[in-house]
Write a protein that binds this ligand. Structure first.
Ligand code: PRP
Ligand code: URA
Length: 206
């Protein structure tokens, strides 16, 4: 039993395939990331609460709904930044926080090097990070957000590995995970197979 929701919309899978392609250059990679994140974020926020309001059309008054959830989005630096613009475009009122995490190249253990969060108490936090590999980065980020009193947390990633899904489901059973794919496994260096490669490097051409 896991909290993973794989978004299998045909357009999401089409965009993912182009992201996987090693010949996709950074400028196209960034645009694909934004488009795919839009689809994933819409699906991930399906359960946001709304309230009823009256609205006047040019012809008459009717009832509509507006969002009532106070949303915070937190990208994990660096690669999560590639997903941020899509979320801010969808939810212009969102507050943005940042968590910097970097995996040690030898051990693949993530270390936190930056944290700046807006108030999250009583709010829903969307954590965005394209690759859920061992789950170490997301695990620490969710713990930091939880300790500050977030009411709910939702994880949006692009590709998830079984190890990461298992870890997050075990340590954060209340957090749903939205991804475009559940890939096969991690290689000995803890990269996802078949994966996308080093997402941050591909995003920024490094
Ligand atoms: C990548 C990715 C995730 C992390 C996933 O970041 O963006 O944050 O690895 O791995 P994990 O699930 O095993 O923790 P990386 O550490 O390479 O940093 P970067 O985004 O700055 O490139
Ligand atoms: N981080 C990445 O960027 N890619 C992986 O496959 C695993 C971690």
């Amino acid at each position: 039993m896991s909290n993973l929701h794989v978004v299998d919309h045909p357009l999401a899978q089409h965009l993912l395939t182009q992201l996987r392609n090693k010949h996709t250059p950074p400028e196209v990679f960034r645009s694909l990331t934004r488009k795919l994140t839009t689809i994933l974020a819409i699906e991930a926020t399906r359960s946001l609460s709304v309230e009823s309001v009256a609205v006047e059309t040019p012809l008459e008054e009717t009832q509509g709904t507006v969002l009532s959830t106070r949303l915070v989005v937190v990208p994990i630096l660096r690669a999560g930044l590639g997903m941020l613009e899509a979320v801010v475009d969808l939810y212009p009122d969102v507050s943005v926080g940042y968590i910097g995490m970097e995996r040690d190249h030898a051990t693949a253990v993530a270390n936190s090097y930056y944290l700046k969060l807006p108030p999250v108490e009583g709010r829903t936090v969307l954590l965005i990070d394209p690759m859920l590999a061992t789950g170490g980065s997301v695990d620490q980020a969710l713990a930091a957000i939880r300790s500050r009193g977030a009411e709910a947390m939702i994880l949006v990633c692009i590709v998830a590995a079984p190890e990461g899904v298992e870890r997050i489901t075990k340590h954060h059973p209340d957090v749903p995970i939205y991804a475009a794919a559940l890939d096969r496994e991690l290689n000995p260096a803890k990269y996802i197979l078949p994966g996308i490669g080093d997402f941050g490097d591909r995003l920024y051409g490094t």
